[in-house]
Design a protein around this ligand. Sequence first.
Ligand code: NAD
Length: 487
Amino acid sequence: MQRFQYYINGEFADGEARFESIDPATGLAWAEMPEAREADVDRAVEAAHKAFHDGPWPKLSATQRGKLLYRLADLVAENAGKLAEMETRDTGKIIRETSAQIAYVADYYRYYAGVADKIEGSYLPIDKPDMDVWLRREPIGVVAMVVPWNSQLFLSAVKIGPALAAGCTMVVKASEDGPAPLLEFARLVHEAGFPAGVVNFITGFGPSCGAALSRHPHVDHIAFTGGPETARHVVRNSAENLASTSLELGGKSPFIVFADADLESAANAQVAGIFAATGQSCVAGSRLIVERSVKDRFLQILKAKAEAIRIGSPLDMATEVGPLATQRQCDHVKALVARSLAAGAKLVTGGTAPEGAGFYYRPTILDCDGSVSPSLDTEFFGPVLSALSFETEDEALRLANDTRYGLAAGVFTQNLTRAHRLMKGIRAGIVWVNTYRAVSPIAPFGGFGLSGQGREGGLEAALDYTLTKTVWLRTSDDPIPDPFVMR
Ligand code: NAD
C-alpha cells in the first residue's frame, strides 16, 4: 500500500496517526495517509506564523514571490499527468477531466505569479495641508485553507496562488476523502524553493483537524470550501480567533432552456453541467427549468445522451462517468432519489447503481413537475438532474430564484434582450449564457446566499489576502501647534 506524508516547515513527516484512503472505483483501501490532530495542527500553524514574521519570506520582493510562483506553475505543468492520476485514483474523478483540469491549474499559478507585483497601494487626496497620506497593501497573515474532496488541486490553487502573491503564509488542510493529490503537490512546492513554513500541507478529519485549525489563535484568515453546514462550524470556530473568513459553498443552480434555444447544444451543456465529474461539482446545473412547449423533446434528447454515457473505471480515458468519491456520498444520492420519488417525482432515466464494486450511480433525470420533490432544494453532489417546466419568462425567473443558494445559473436562448433581462434578474454569482461550467483564473467565482461569501479567481481575490495600512506623514517642519486639537 502506498504511504503518504504531510509537509510541515519544509519537511515531510508521518502524522500523529494514520488512516486508510479508499479507491472509490473498487471500494478497497489503496493508500495510507497521515492524520493530523491538534499537536500536528499546532506545529503547522506555528511554522506558518514563524515564516510570516521571520526568515527570508517577508524580506522577498513581490517580484521574487512572483518568480517562485512561475516556477511552481512550470512544475505543475510538468507533473500534471502524475497529479491527475493520483487525484483520479484517490477521488474517482475521471482521468479525462483531472488531466485537463490540472494542466489548467498551472495557468492559475501563472496568473497569480503575474499578479504578485501588481498589488498596488494608493495615494489619498487628503483634506489637510502639509500631510501625505497613502494606503499600503500588506498580507493578511497566516491563512488556514480547508478544502473538500472534489478538485482539490484546483480548489487549493485559487487560494494558494493569490495568498502567495499577497505575501501570506498558509496551512492547507486536504480533505480526508482523497488527500493524495495535495500531499503529492507539496513535493512541487518544496522543489519550487518556497522557504520552509510558507506553505504547509496536512490532512485529517473535520472535528479534530479542521476544527483545531480554524480556531487556532495564530490563524488570521480562513479560506473555506465545502458544505454550508460545515461552514457554520468554521464560522463558529472563527469566533475564537476572530479570523476573517471566505466561504465557497454548495449550490442548486438553475439551468434555464427557452424554446428558441439550440436544443442540441443546450443538451450538451446540460450533460456537462450535471453529469461531468459525476455531478460532484459545486456549480452543477442541477435544476433544469425548461419551457413547457419543448420539455418533452428536450428530456428525450437528454435521456438519450444520459443513457449513452460510458460508465467505467475512472483511470480509463474513454470513461465519461466514474464513481462517486465515497460510500457516504453514494448512500446520500440513493436516499435522496428514493425520497424524491416518494414525493411524486417521476423517473425519466437512471435511478439505480450498476452491478459490481465501487461507488457508482447511473446518470439520473427526475421529472419534478407537479411534485414537491426534495431533490429541488437539496444538493445531491451527484449525477441527478431535477426538471421543472414553465410557461412565461417571469415564471422561469421565479423558479430560478426559488432557492437559498445562488452560486451559478445557465440561460439558453437566442433572444438577446431576454438574455440581458435574465442575467440581471438571476440572484447568483455566475451567469452563463448559452454556455455552462466555463472557468478562468481571470474571472471571479463565488456565490450569493447560502453559496457563500467572497470571490476566488481574478485580481480582487489577491486583494482579499491583504489588509490596508493607512500611513500619515506630516510634511511641515513647523512644531505641532496645539496638542489638544485633533488634526
Ligand atoms: P464538507 O463541508 O463536508 O468538508 C469540507 C472540508 O471541511 C473537509 O476538508 C472537512 O474535513 C472539513 N471539515 C469538516 N468539519 C469541519 C469542522 N468542524 N471544522 C473545520 N473543518 C471541517 O464538504 P464535502 O462534503 O467534502 O464537499 C462537498 C461540498 O463542498 C458541497 O456542498 C459542494 O457544493 C461544496 N463545494 C463548493 C465549491 C465552491 O467553490 N463553491 C467547490 C467545491 C465543493
